[in-house]
Design a binder for this molecule. Structure first.
Ligand code: AMP
Length: 421
């Protein structure tokens, strides 16, 4: 028989990792609720055109898109990220501004799979549309920083930069093009190809051969007008005011073409891998307009869930939550008593399990142990006759007999004493 396993770059997320995954999203939901963001669920596929706005020279568009023609002849792409979908939704629904939304879910990029880089990977993110205030940029950065803190991460470094307004960015890109053109033969073959499409992207290169040329390349500072300088200064003051540490990295341009003004990236210094970026974002004032909407400023970020969890592993923080039930019912009278008691317990919101197949007392106690329950309830012929239940603490081994009719109330009392009810 043919058997199958997951496609390259995809994984099954099993327990306990899957529980950690959900807890991650829940903590993110709690954190962003504290800032007034509302949840939205964009579709996983869209018209390819939506994502082409990410930039003709970005690898996400040119090499990594999962796109295909559907049975109705539409050119569809699985989403490689969600900012473009959020902006498309803004244009489609015209909500009042500021429109502050958050999302969580998988994206798809045809990348070379490796540790921390997958073809299906999850992100959580926020977007604030209709706000141009630089204080919003800093607050968006703060959301991510506070979220990492909530996870218990300490070794996270924040880098920020500005790309100026779109006109300034264009002037800078043109200066870069001229500069790189004159030094074309010193660039790596890959960067020479990038240069033909977008000179800014060349700054992204991590190749050693490019380093000397990049070091002397024109910097954005010389192209910034007073407004952009003020914007960036305000972002920095606002971060300082919240005591959020950062470094300014003049070459931080990020992988997507739509950014202007503020860009930022969070890197885990605990990760000893090729890919240490655990989240990033910035301002994208032109994107809504490019998608056919009115001129609308926007700022946001996306955090990679998979990679952030790797960073948590490296720092030994944010362990998976318990998935154990509270109570395990052992029934040596055939199973119906356990079934009925578990039903009652669950109606009272007490998580309970029991064994099947009328197994021996010993086998059922073993199962009780494995279940992680802190309490076993034992029903044998004696208990059935006397209308009682034997309660056994799985931690201390202490046993006591309780009237069957009082069992649920008695467990609820124990749980509330423990603060776990
Ligand atoms: P981007 O959407 O490219 O700005 O990426 C934002 C974050 O998503 C990155 O910092 C990574 O943490 C994560 N990420 C991006 N691509 C991948 C991938 N292929 N696999 C896992 N995580 C990714």
């Amino acid at each position: 028989m043919t058997s199958f396993s997951t496609s390259p770059g995809t994984r099954d997320i099993l327990s306990p990792d899957a529980a950690r995954w959900r807890a991650f999203q829940q903590i993110f939901a709690d954190v962003v609720a504290g800032y007034g963001y509302r949840y939205m669920i964009p579709p996983m596929f869209e018209d390819l055109g939506v994502f082409q706005r990410l930039g003709e020279a970005t690898e996400v568009v040119t090499k990594e898109m999962y796109d295909f023609e559907d049975k109705g002849g539409r050119h569809i792409a699985l989403r490689p990220e969600q900012t473009a979908s959020v902006c498309r939704a803004f244009v489609q629904h015209r909500p009042t501004t500021p429109w502050k939304v958050w999302y969580a879910g998988p994206n798809f990029r045809y990348e070379k799979p490796q540790q921390g880089r997958y073809r299906q990977f999850d992100q959580v993110g926020i977007e604030a549309l209709g706000v141009s205030d630089p204080i919003a940029d800093a607050e968006v950065i703060a959301v991510a920083a506070r979220f990492y803190e909530r996870l218990g991460l300490r070794k996270v470094a924040l880098a920020i930069n500005t790309l100026g307004s779109s006109t300034e960015r264009q002037a800078w890109t043109e200066a870069l093009r001229q500069y790189f053109d004159l030094r074309r033969d010193k660039l790596s073959p890959d960067s020479q190809v990038t240069l033909q499409k977008n000179a800014l992207r060349v700054l992204d290169s991590k190749r050693e051969q490019d380093a000397p040329v990049l070091a002397e390349a024109p910097r954005i500072e010389s192209f910034l007008g007073p407004e952009s300088q003020h914007h960036f200064a305000m972002v920095r003051s606002a971060l300082d005011r919240m005591s959020i540490a950062y470094t300014v990295e003049a070459r931080l341009v990020r992988g997507l073409d739509y950014y202007c003004h503020t860009t930022f990236e969070f890197v885990s210094t605990a990760l000893n891998a090729a890919h240490t970026a655990i989240g990033g974002g910035g301002r994208y004032d032109g994107l809504v307009e490019q998608l056919g909407g009115p001129p609308t400023p926007g700022v946001g970020f996306a955090l990679g869930l998979d990679r952030t969890l790797l960073a948590c592993d490296a720092e030994g923080c944010f362990s998976p939550p318990s998935e154990s039930v509270s109570v395990f019912v052992v029934d040596t009278t055939g199973g119906l008593e356990a079934l009925a008691l578990c039903d009652e317990l669950r109606l009272a919101s007490i998580a309970a399990e029991h064994a099947f197949e009328a197994r021996s007392m010993k086998a059922q106690m073993k199962a009780a142990d494995r279940s992680g329950a802190f309490l076993a309830l034992i029903i044998g012929t004696n208990e059935l006759e006397s209308g009682t239940i034997l309660m056994r603490s799985m931690t201390t081994g202490e046993q006591s007999s309780v009237a069957r009719a009082n069992v649920v109330a008695s467990i609820l009392a124990t749980l509330s004493q423990q603060g776990t009810a």
